[in-house]
Design a protein around this ligand. Structure first.
Ligand code: TXA
Ligand code: MG
Length: 349
């Protein structure tokens, strides 16, 4: 399959270029497009065949539901039913933006889109191209992240091209995305709003408007017997080809230990690299360092994480050692993804 790449400037959207992409959607075909979180792989949410094509292109298990992207808050009544008041409150507070709400699905949404569930995930993105694309397609757009299943989500068009070129007919190149991690998913079908996947909107942000909110007990590491509620959070994800270890503890000890580990790998003829924040990147003498951004500005780390993981694969690094980036806000989302990428391999020093 030939993949058409349509370049669009988010600051000056060319409607004719965008309409070319929308034509694919109207014909039941797929288009990858930028959102403020990550690139999505879109198809008509009400067309079961489009959803089937999405699963096929990504190599994704068909029981892992898709997110339905809308252009106006009022669209939630077409996608969901028995919409709770909290949905309206959260929508007013955080949409358009990096938040996905789970509610009961309306009969219009096919089970192919929801992975067989009676609930549906809905998101109103803020990216100007995403919004115009949904509007001009005159459809609701079902879209997972536009990566091959198991790879880091794409934060720029080149990542999508790497994974899906030749497998989908069209990619909108709208430059690098702003946030770099997937949206916060909030389940509103439980008695308390429950975060199924942490993202740029934190538990604190949610609790500030809904009063009550909690994290899905299945996404922590404390109790491995509790399964995450979002099907996608159960799969092994984002695993780089090399063995990734997170090293935690006192800053100087972490640096010292990582240098030692890298030296050992060099001696035995293996390649190794370090993921470090800008503040300490220079201290890893004789190591190959990937500076992931300033710890002081945690959104920088989120922005760079997936691109860094992809670069480590490109370089064919066998052993990767990463600092820990825990912090109360974006750090929760960053560490959720990093721990998964490391298969929960953590060294405490
Ligand atoms: O930021 C984002 O959310 C991006 C952009 C493209 O919008 N999309 C994204 O989609 O990350 P995806 O498919 O990669 O992740 C969707 C997650 C999966 O973990 C899936 O299991 C969960 O949402 N999900 C979808 N519908 C659900 C439902 N009805 N109940 C529970 N989890 C659901
Ligand atoms: Mg994904």
């Amino acid at each position: 399959m030939n993949t058409e790449i349509i370049k669009i400037d988010p600051e000056n959207i060319d409607p004719q270029a965008l309409d070319k992409a929308c034509e694919y959607i109207k014909r039941g075909e797929l288009v990858a497009f930028p959102t403020e979180t990550v690139y999505g792989l879109g198809g008509d949410a009400f067309d079961p065949n489009a959803s089937r094509s999405i699963y096929a292109a990504k190599g994704r298990p068909s029981d892992n539901p898709l997110i339905v992207h809308i252009a106006e808050i009022s669209d939630i009544y077409d996608i969901g039913k028995n919409i709770p008041k909290t949905a309206e409150i959260l929508a007013e507070a955080f949409w358009p933006g990096p938040m996905t709400l789970i509610v009961e699905k309306s009969t219009s949404v096919p089970y192919e889109t929801t992975g067989g569930l009676d609930t549906v995930a809905i998101r109103l993105p803020s990216h100007p191209i995403a919004r115009e694309f949904i509007k001009r397609s005159e459809r609701f757009i079902a879209a997972p992240s536009a990566n091959t299943s198991g790879r880091p989500s794409p934060t720029m068009a080149s990542h999508v091209i790497e994974d899906l070129s030749g497998r989908i007919p069209c990619i909108i190149d709208g430059g690098r995305v702003e946030i770099g991690l997937e949206s916060t998913i909030i389940d509103l079908t439980e008695s308390i709003p429950t975060i199924l996947r942490p993202g740029a909107i934190s538990l604190k942000d949610v609790a500030a408007v809904t009063k009550d909110a909690r994290m899905d007990p299945g996404i922590g590491e404390e109790n491995p017997s509790v399964r995450p509620k979002a099907p996608g959070m159960r799969y092994r994800h984002y695993a780089p080809k090399g063995e990734l270890t997170i090293v935690e503890g006192d800053r100087d000890k972490v640096i010292e230990r990582i240098i030692e580990e890298c030296q050992t790998r060099t001696k035995t003829g293996s390649t190794s690299a370090v993921i470090a924040c800008s503040e300490s990147a220079k201290e890893y003498r004789d190591c190959l360092v990937f500076d992931i951004g300033a710890k002081m500005r945690e959104e920088e780390i989120a922005h760079n994480l997936y691109d860094t993981l992809r670069k480590l694969d490109e370089e064919g690094i066998e052993y990767i050692f990463s600092e820990s980036f825990d912090s109360p806000d974006m750090g929760v989302a960053v560490m959720n993804r990093l721990l998964k990428a490391a298969g929960h391999r953590v060294l405490r020093v």
